[in-house]
Design a protein around this ligand. Structure first.
Ligand code: RIB
Ligand code: CA
Length: 310
């Protein structure tokens, strides 16, 4: 399966990217970085350091540095200044090259070069994707599939109504859900069925390489976000759609209509998910509702452990 990965690393982005490169079912054509968890310079530096640490192969491109219409918001209030936290070792080396071409144009060129083949997976704010669709209106029809981590059927995490990736650029999300191509939406509701805890940190650490020690310290920092809130486990967001792409039998999705609230004083950025029968004629999404989380995560951790040992 041929992929283009759009991301705002963040640790869960890192885990998704590593899983993609660890899974033999995927061929990753390129990575575009978008401002989200932290401003673009920071998430771009995170991406270069992740690529350097694991020797990841796919070319890396800088994308959009601000939302389409609103002021920038980040998740640094939760994740820290770097957009991801560690309880030990730090990512340092950043020799990995950054391609000169803008990530949006690189995404467009790749999809046009492989008509009907590329699955576009976006796990950050949808600014790059919406910009690509505006510059190249032919793009949605050329995709094999369009998959996002974003939104929610059960309320938000950035606000009571909005999940962060949508909250960070609601206008971009509205354009993506109106692109004419069905969006496979992995929201908070299904990602909360896939959870990591200290046992997964130990599994990653057990791989015994330097990369595994660095990765597991950031995984521990990710779980620590939940521990600080009184929970021993943390939801796995961005890797969840990757697990579906490789193991669809472990998930249940339902067609429905998803609209992005843009005007609500308290609900801006909400994904209004209408899964009722009458909404079917207007369906623009496949909404992930159920996950066999333990089996999906065990599959993912086995691949990640093997990659960390390499
Ligand atoms: O709400 C979760 C999403 O926001 C994830 O993509 C995480 O990386 C952050 O971007
Ligand atoms: Ca992300």
């Amino acid at each position: 399966m041929d992929l283009w990965f759009d991301t705002d690393p963040g640790f869960d982005d890192w885990m998704a990217w590593l899983l993609i490169e660890a899974c033999p079912d995927f061929r990753l054509h390129g990575v575009s970085v978008v401002a989200g968890n932290a401003p673009l310079p920071r998430v771009l530096e995170n991406a270069r350091r992740i690529k350097t640490l694991h020797g990841l192969a796919a070319p890396l491109h800088a994308g959009c540095d601000r939302p389409l219409a609103q002021a920038q918001v980040t998740a640094q209030n939760v994740l820290g200044a770097h957009g991801m936290a560690t309880t030990g070792r730090h990512l340092v080396a950043d020799e990995a090259a950054l391609m000169p071409q803008h990530g949006v144009q690189a995404m467009i060129d790749c999809i046009r070069a492989h008509p009907g083949q590329i699955t576009l997976l976006a796990v950050g704010p949808l600014t790059n994707v919406a910009t690509a669709f505006a510059l190249a209106p032919d793009l949605p029809a050329l995709l094999k599939d369009l998959v996002i981590m974003g939104g929610s059927t059960v309320g938000g995490n950035a606000t009571a109504a909005a999940e962060f990736n949508i909250h960070a650029d609601p206008e971009a999300a509205a354009r993506v859900f109106a692109c004419g191509r069905s969006v496979a939406m992995f929201g908070l509701n299904v990602c909360r069925q896939v959870v990591v805890d200290a046992s997964h940190v130990a599994r990653a650490r057990g791989a015994g390489s330097n990369a595994s020690l660095v990765f597991s310290d950031y995984l521990d920092g990710y779980v620590d976000i939940a521990r600080q809130r009184g929970r021993p486990f943390q939801s796995v967001y961005d890797p969840t759609p990757v697990m579906w792409l490789a193991r669809p039998e472990l998930f249940e999705l339902q067609p429905g209509r998803v609209d992005i609230e843009l005007a609500g004083q308290h609900t801006r950025g909400m994904t209004v998910c209408d899964l009722r029968g009458p909404a079917l004629p207007r369906a623009n999404a496949r909404v992930a509702l159920k996950a066999q989380g333990e089996e999906a995560l065990d599959w993912a951790m086995t691949l990640i452990e093997a990659r960390l040992k390499a």
